[in-house]
Design a protein around this ligand. Structure first.
Ligand code: ZN
Length: 246
């Protein structure tokens, strides 16, 4: 019996729907990681009136749009972070399938994009007070790289060290508010070496030299915009060019 042929576009759209659900879960992880709470219990509730949310409220992206960005029960505004992360996750998973098809590169490409997305949001929320969220992504990177048969090259380790050091050098200060965004971006740029090349860490040092000293509060927005922009560019390049190619 011939296998039913589902066009790649339809597969990619279905993957995007799955991605939006994964993005919805990522929102929960981001929020509860920041507060040090369990990811599984209790079920999602409005942070303002604590009313438990219905499945209808939890539909990714459209739930937020249908509610007009406010809680159904108390009308407290709901952060636009939720639909944005859900939409970004849909885009990451959908485009990963569109680019990689059924190749073994699909899983690491999509997973790496998701790790990067969560870290970008944590950075934007200024909830990075320890290097932990960056450090767990390194074994994840190695495992996925190995699973995709891409292998791990010494040059990547070198780029990783250079990327991390670039972030560290660029801050030259004890302020964790500045150190972690740059250090984290340095690690990410280093790990995605085949995409960024050696100009990645160099550009990072340049940006970090230009942006951390802009006066607050405008400076914080500039820093966030640059760091998040760096991560979004990294995700797009990694998917588009295939950071995982052996
Ligand atoms: Zn409410």
């Amino acid at each position: 019996m011939p296998e039913p042929h589902v066009p790649l576009l339809v597969q990619s759209l279905l993957m995007a729907v799955f991605g939006s659900l994964l993005g919805s879960f990522s929102n929960v992880v981001i929020l509860r990681m920041a507060e040090g709470r369990s990811v599984v219990f209790p079920p999602s509730a409005c942070p303002h009136c604590h009313h438990e949310l219905s499945p209808l409220d939890l539909i990714p992206v459209f739930g937020w749009i249908l509610l007009g960005g406010a809680c159904r029960y108390c009308r407290a505004p709901i952060s636009w972070q939720y639909p944005l992360v859900e939409f970004a996750a849909a885009l990451i998973l959908g485009s990963s399938l569109w680019v990689c098809g059924g190749s073994p590169l699909l899983v690491p490409t999509a997973a790496w994009g998701m790790i990067w997305l969560v870290q970008a949001v944590l950075l934007a929320r200024e909830e990075m007070r320890a290097p932990g969220p960056f450090l767990w992504s390194i074994p994840a990177f190695l495992l996925l790289s190995w699973m995709a048969g891409a292998g791990f090259r010494p040059v990547q380790l070198a780029a990783f060290v250079v990327g991390g050091a670039a972030g560290w050098l660029a801050t030259r200060g004890p302020s964790p508010g500045l150190f972690f965004p740059w250090f984290g971006s340095g690690l990410m740029v280093g790990l995605a070496h085949p995409v960024w090349g050696w100009w990645g860490p160099a550009a990072l040092v340049l940006l970090a030299g230009l942006f951390p000293r802009v006066p607050a509060p405008r400076g914080r927005w500039a820093l966030k915009a640059v760091v998040v922009g760096l991560h979004v560019t990294g995700i797009a390049l990694a998917i588009g060019l295939g950071v995982w190619q052996p």
